[in-house]
Design a binder for this molecule. Structure first.
Ligand code: DC
Length: 223
């Protein structure tokens, strides 16, 4: 079984790179951030505060997340509804970061992520994959880039989705989210000593994917 774990802050290019790796190696891609986003979307839609642990805990059994399709046509389903676009809206990013602090939400999603990783060859990206979800994964990477580069990538994505937003706002929100994700008490974003650090500021997604694939191939040859 191959498990490739990639962590890093928002906008580091993790999901683009993970998708490329999955396509090139013919393995599954699991976007764990999308799972937190889907939980946040469900809470917001149902008027439940993403900071209220007790209230969120009660709705967790009503949240069924699944994936369908592969590659570019991969979709995330929330109780059977395709929410792939809805979870990318700007307000969902902050709500996802907030809901991801709650231990009950993390435990609920991490159990699902571990199950998928035990059954399939998979590349997963997120914040706590290398430290908490799969601490014993054979291949662990921490992908980052400067705040400016990450904010510009996110800004372009949002503009492409038709959002009316300023670059400075996107950058401030990214910095705020970095703080939220790395300073929370439960399973924060950390660089583990056994992860390979990659700074993608001056690299294309293809270059990063090829670098990771070459590390994986070397590792497998050395078994
Ligand atoms: O990667 P993303 O921006 O789609 O993730 C949305 C939020 O979910 C992010 O702010 C932090 C949280 N998250 C997490 O806590 N753990 C993960 N494994 C993935 C995402």
């Amino acid at each position: 079984m191959i498990n490739i774990a990639i962590d890093g802050p928002s906008g580091a290019g993790k999901s683009t790179v993970a998708k490329l790796i999955a396509a090139k190696l013919g393995i599954t891609y699991l976007d764990t951030g999308a799972m937190y986003r889907a939980c946040a979307l469900y809470a917001v839609r149902n008027g439940v505060s993403v900071d209220d642990e007790e209230a969120v805990k009660k709705i967790l059994p009503n949240i069924r997340i699944s994936f369908t399709g592969e590659g570019e046509s991969k979709k995330i389903l929330l109780n059977g509804e395709d929410v792939s676009s809805a979870i990318r809206e700007h307000y969902v990013s902050k709500a996802a970061s907030d809901i991801s602090k709650l231990p009950s939400v993390r435990d609920y999603l991490v159990a699902q992520q571990r199950k998928i990783a035990s059954e399939t060859d998979v590349v997963l990206d997120g914040r706590d994959i290398t430290s908490n979800v799969l601490p014993h994964a054979e291949f662990k990477f921490f992908l980052t880039a400067s705040a400016d580069v990450r904010a510009m990538r996110r800004y372009k994505e949002l503009i492409a989705l038709g959002a009316d937003i300023e670059f400075e706002k996107v950058k401030a929100d990214i910095i705020d989210r970095d703080k939220n994700d790395s300073q929370r008490a439960y399973a924060p974003l950390v660089l583990t000593p056994d992860s390979t650090l990659i700074d993608s500021s001056d690299m294309s997604p293809e270059q990063v994917a090829d670098l990771i694939i070459s590390r994986v191939s070397d590792g497998r040859r050395g078994r």
